[in-house]
Design a protein around this ligand. Structure first.
Ligand code: CA
Ligand code: CA
Length: 284
């Protein structure tokens, strides 16, 4: 593949020496392949090697490139989430580069890292860099009748797959023109327990992002409503019958009975008034 590169005011016709494949060391050890062209230079000389990272993040994402943990480049992605950032002030050698970023709302995008062996006088272009989507949940605990909303940002138009890894269950969404995506996870669909959620995006049908961070929520059983009993159902077996009547007799004419439920009208004494209420609610 022949390509022209403008560098230091000259146009150099250069030849990519073939697509090299670098493994991406994302936080979740995701394998995302990217291709990089190593461009030959003329004339050879002791010039510093140059490395450029090109890819996608989220619209207006703030991006930082570190080389062995020192910041060597910063840029802001455009409205289409594209970015390109170059590091040139290094001597030849092997370095770990990390491309990190935050979306337009300041939420963390998953960084991607590359270990590159740079040769003097060369330009290495790493393409297809795609930071993982940002992700957040609107709740961390729900019942089986409730839902959790997972949302975040990535490249506009991307297809986003959200996986509840603990179930497993997947949901899909399309990132809108602002890169925002959202899915609703029903508690009943994933069941009771603790669940982990992560997302990844595919742009243009081919370029896969790193995985997002993993976030978690838990689903609990719907609380059972307290059963209601008629006041005369003294033993609370849902019936008003001879059993309740016999309990009442046990406390007959007592003031402030040890079992306060027997004093149906709450007037401090168990008597004929309570008995008439019991008869009124009699179920047999
Ligand atoms: Ca009863
Ligand atoms: Ca009474």
């Amino acid at each position: 593949m022949a390509m022209a590169v403008r560098r230091r005011g000259r146009i150099l016709l250069s030849v990519a020496l073939g697509a090299l494949v670098f493994g991406v060391q994302a936080a979740q050890a995701v394998e995302v392949s990217v291709s990089a062209g190593v461009i030959g230079t003329t004339p050879p000389g002791p010039q510093n090697p140059v490395v450029e990272f090109r890819g996608l993040a989220a619209p207006r994402a703030a991006l930082t490139v570190t080389r062995n943990s020192s910041t060597v480049g910063q840029t802001t992605a455009d409205d289409a989430a594209s970015f390109a950032v170059t590091a040139s002030d290094q001597s030849a050698g092997q370095y770990e580069f990390v491309v990190a970023g935050k979306d337009g709302d300041g939420r963390v995008l998953t960084s991607v890292s590359f270990t590159l062996n740079l040769t003097a006088g060369t330009t290495t272009i790493v393409t297809g860099v795609f930071l993982g989507p940002s992700i957040a949940l609107d709740k961390t605990t729900v019942t089986t009748s409730e839902s959790v909303s997972a949302s975040g940002a990535t490249a506009p138009g991307s297809s986003v797959t959200v996986t509840v890894t603990s179930e497993p269950k997947t949901y899909t969404a399309l990132a809108d023109s602002n890169g925002r995506w959202q899915v609703t996870i029903k508690g009943a669909d994933v069941g009771e327990g603790s669940h982990n959620v992560k997302a990844r995006a595919i742009a243009n049908g081919v370029t896969a992002s790193a995985f997002s961070a993993s976030v978690s929520f838990s689903v609990s059983a719907e609380p059972t409503p307290a059963p209601s009993y008629k006041p005369s159902d003294i033993n609370q077996d849902t019936k008003v019958n001879l059993i309740d009547f016999s309990i009442m007799l046990f406390y007959w004419q007592q003031r402030n009975p040890a079992n306060p439920r027997v004093d149906l009208n709450g007037d401090g004494i168990v008597n004929i008034v309570d008995f008439s209420i019991l008869l009124y609610e009699w179920t047999g």
